[in-house]
Design a protein around this ligand. Structure first.
Ligand SMILES: NC(=O)c1ccc[n+]([C@@H]2O[C@H](COP(=O)([O-])OP(=O)(O)OC[C@H]3O[C@@H](n4cnc5c(N)ncnc54)[C@H](O)[C@@H]3O)[C@@H](O)[C@H]2O)c1
Length: 354
């Protein structure tokens, strides 16, 4: 990907290296139009430097859109640490990384992502104050999956209202793929709302959790079996790429709303969903509860306030689905338009000199 080319438009991309600790990191800031960029740090053994840069650029752009639609006063940024978290993650490396984040003077706030955990943010925070997603013991908000699942539930309720007229999943069959941190909380909300759950996971402890906690949940062998079952709603809550050229034609659900990031395997999939009459609540809209939580932590975490903000995912999803309906465009396109509008209209206000 070409940083200065017309295909990106990022504000700033910083390469960070500390040879003694082995740190190789890229911090990408897509936009600070709405405020300091906010996005997690991914620690991953990329095959090449180009692959690491590509991920940093893509993920930081996606964060700008997610933060804008979540109503946050934050722009979009993301960092990648190029390495194997199991082998390379050490205190000196994380603290060296923290010093590079600090050097940006608050233009970028970091948090957890794939390969980094709240304990790692506690270490980064020893060198830098622009860190969120820390452990509760260190003044952080802890596990973000609670509000992520709450937000997904709100987005799903809005989709149900759009399609069936009432904002509830009562009496509906919801297929949940992935009973991890987000999936488990989501199942709880859905059962409380009166939905029937069909679920799958590749991990035996996760399946045991369902058998013990909610024996009424129907467990199926895998995602392929889940999408083919008689479900009204499909909630991908495992890895990315759940909606691809094989799953969408087989899918029996009328709504897709789930916590997983990057559910569309490629850009053409949203069209395929539309052709099949499947309502897709965009992943980055409905799973924003986690970033809402870490953004709240920057102000001094207040669970009730953060939950209120995550509850607003209902209204945002409703507005997106309405816009998509009236304009005849896929919901993902409608979501992008609303995000761009907020970045432009609210971002412009900084031109009023104070
Ligand atoms: N945790 C958050 O706050 C948060 C926020 C936004 C988005 N997300 C996204 O939501 C998704 C789930 O996150 P999480 O925190 O619950 O992760 P997790 O690792 O706790 O859970 C993922 C679950 O998916 C299962 N899984 C993996 N591959 C599977 C497969 N092929 N079929 C069925 N199950 C499979 C795993 O066994 C695990 O139980 C991820 O895509 C994550 O990026 C999470």
């Amino acid at each position: 990907m070409d940083v200065f080319g017309s295909d990106t438009g990022h504000e700033q991309v910083v390469f960070c290296q500390d040879k003694p600790s082995g740190l190789k990191a890229i911090i990408a800031i897509y936009s600070t139009a709405l405020g300091p960029a906010l996005g997690g740090t991914r620690f991953h053994p990329y095959p090449t430097e180009a692959a690491a840069l590509h991920d940093a650029l893509e993920l930081s752009r996606a964060m700008a859109y997610k933060n804008a639609l979540a109503g946050l006063d934050h722009g979009g940024g993301k960092a990648v640490i190029w390495g194997d978290p199991g082998r390379d993650k050490t205190e000196p490396l994380l603290r060296a990384y923290g010093r590079f984040v600090a050097s940006l003077g608050g233009r970028y706030y970091t948090a957890c992502d794939v390969g980094t955990y709240v304990q790692d943010m506690d270490v980064v925070a020893r060198e830098c104050r622009f860190v969120t997603g820390r452990s509760e013991a260190h003044g952080g908000a802890g596990d973000s999956s609670v509000l992520t699942a709450w937000g997904v539930f709100q987005g799903m309720r809005a989709a149900a209202e759009h399609l069936w007229g009432t904002p509830t999943l009562a009496g509906r069959r919801v297929g949940v793929a992935g009973l991890g941190k987000v999936g488990k909380h989501l199942v709880g909300h859905l059962i409380e709302d009166g939905a029937q759950i069909i679920a799958t996971d590749v991990s035996e402890p996760a399946l045991d959790w369902a058998r013990n906690r909610y024996p009424q949940v129907d467990l199926v062998a895998d995602e392929a079996a889940l999408v083919r079952s008689d479900i009204d709603v499909y909630a991908p809550c495992a890895l990315g790429g759940a909606l691809d050229d094989e799953t969408v034609p087989a899918l029996r659900a009328k709504i897709v709303a789930g916590g997983a990031n990057n559910q569309l395997a490629h850009p053409g999939i949203e069209k395929l969903l539309e052709e099949r009459g499947i309502l897709y609540a965009p992943d980055y809209v409905v799973n924003a509860g986690g970033v809402i939580q870490v953004a709240d932590e920057i102000e001094g975490f207040d669970f009730a306030r953060a939950k209120l903000r995550a509850t607003a995912i209902f209204d945002t999803t409703r507005a997106i689905l309405q816009l998509a309906g009236t304009e005849g465009i896929p919901p993902a396109v409608a979501a992008d338009r609303l995000a761009e509008r907020r970045m432009s209209e609210v971002g412009r206000l900084r031109m009023i000199r104070l």
